[in-house]
Design a protein around this ligand. Sequence first.
Ligand code: 7RM
Length: 649
Amino acid sequence: MSQTDIVSLQKEGKKFKPSAAFIKHAHLKSAAAYKKLHTESIKQPQKFWTRVSKELHWFKPWTKLHEWREPFAKWFIGGQTNVAYNCLDRHLTSWRRNKAAIIFEGEPGDERVLTYTDLHREVCRFANVLKAHGIKAGDRIMIYMPMVPEAAIAMLACARIGATHTVVFGGFSAQSIIDRLQDSQAKMVITADGGYRRGAVVALKRNVDDALKQATGVEHVIVLKRTGTEVAMQEGRDHWWHEETAKVSAVCPAAKLDSEHPLFILYTSGSTGKPKGVLHTTAGYLAGTYLTTKYVFDIKDEDTFWCTADVGWVTGHSYTVYGALANGATTVMYEGAPNWPEPDRFWRIIAKYKVTILYTAPTAIRAFMRWGDQWPKKHDLASLRLLGTVGEPINPEAWLWYHEHIGQKRCPIVDTWWQTETGSIMITTLPGACFTKPGSAGLPFFGIDPAVVNKEGSELPANVGGFLVVRKPWPSIMRTIHGDPERFKRQYFGEIPNVYFTGDGCRRDKDGYFWIVGRIDDVLNVAGHRIGTAEVESALVSNQKVAEAACVGRPDSLKGQALVAFVTLKSGITATPELKEELRAHVGVQIGPIAKPDDIRFTAALPKTRSGKIMRRLLKEIAGGGDVKGDTTTLEDLSVLVQLKADEE
Ligand code: 7RM
């Protein structure tokens, strides 16, 4: 996409100011206070981060703030710390030891509360289970679990001993597990007999079994009993969580880890090829998630914080688990669907546990709008004081609905822009200090220096669309793509000279507010989840009946973008409605249900340039139901386009 194609359609509307009641108790109370700290964080990073790092625990203090050998960053050099220690042990020396760390509700309605003491004990036990199975610092472990406290316990246990976790979303398929096992070379998988979703049991262990028929290198599988579903246990390889934890002690000191010790690898979609393993390390990631949670969510000890993201996504890592616990906060985990058994499940949970801060995705908000105002109205939402969104641009209608029906016009909304790669929130408004504009993420967080530039890297004037970049490294920036530093360099630092390239289109308005337009590469954002069109295309082509496939996004009022696949079939294969279903199911098996195309269109040929590149831009216009307005002069065969338009009618 060229820079001139990036136009922001969102009109600037009303500004919203936080109420005096909110400001009164906020960590940051004015635009001047925000500006002062932001300026300090950029101009005097040493001073700023020294102060922040004193709020965290170090076994050995760091000696050098950072080092930047593009594209490789290091932070808090020479220091030794431990993320699990900061999330747990640090809180055990105060009254917080008996504070709720995790409030859990399962989809069937079961409840559990784990205090910081409880969580610490369970993490120590499980860390000893890992050790008993030969896991050492630096080993990779895959976690493939439902949203239950044990998912967080497994993550923290890895962090405690320096093992690197790679969490795979429970909605992904066996094939996705195989790819990630092969790439990460994990020695162990932690899973469950199942998890609950819309009243049904998701067969997690069965998917692991299927994956392990092909993937090699996994020595042990630990299985949590969650649903009681019968599963096959392979002697010597598979072990029950409850049996293993019963055998070990509850004492396990936290390993003293180097600031740059790998904490986790999380796979995310890119514009080409297989998902990439985004690597995050210890101290910088901790500092980033700690500080953003504190200021963006204005966290206090009295709060009950609910980030609704699954731990399989980065938002679940950074805010449900690490950021919340590093602040000694109470974090809510809910296992199931928002409309199970009825569309008021979220509001029921908020009223029941007196949730004060809710952080969710625009796609969920649009679904709630559709289900109707009567559902939130049935519940007392008076405990809420702050709302947040993440994952995609929020349309002002959804923002206003969230403000009125959930926040009851009382709660500020923080629209937080960030990525798996950035580790923590980058652009947002601080709730007591800044006004908000529905549809704009807002201003840079501390230590973040973003800009909107053209291809050459020159900053563009206000309200001109361009590429969103970040000019300085920050503590929680990804360190590399696991096993592929060249790809890391090319994709994030190879596009525009000397800056981190986000892949998002953006404009900045006269107040300095950033308006994200969406992805400019071939990555789609379907219901807040990143899906690489290349991945879906390769899944489709792996079906014997398919010759070629091209996937594009079409605007969708609920999911943000819907996935449309244009497919050409091998000769002799007839296009039928059944085949469409077969291909959708095939993608579900290859990647997972979230990647199933919403629409499959069979076509005799795809529009290509003379050099053979598929012109996705044209397909996008066709998928969107509009006329093809763009330049078609590079199109090899114009009749293909005519045919595609005709197919549609
Ligand atoms: C946290 C997360 C990252 C991509 C990013 C954007 C889009 C995320 C917002 C947003 C507009 C937002 N990580 N995105 N948040 N766009 N406003 N507040 O979502 O790696 O899965 O996705 O998501 O395109 O590049 S992610």
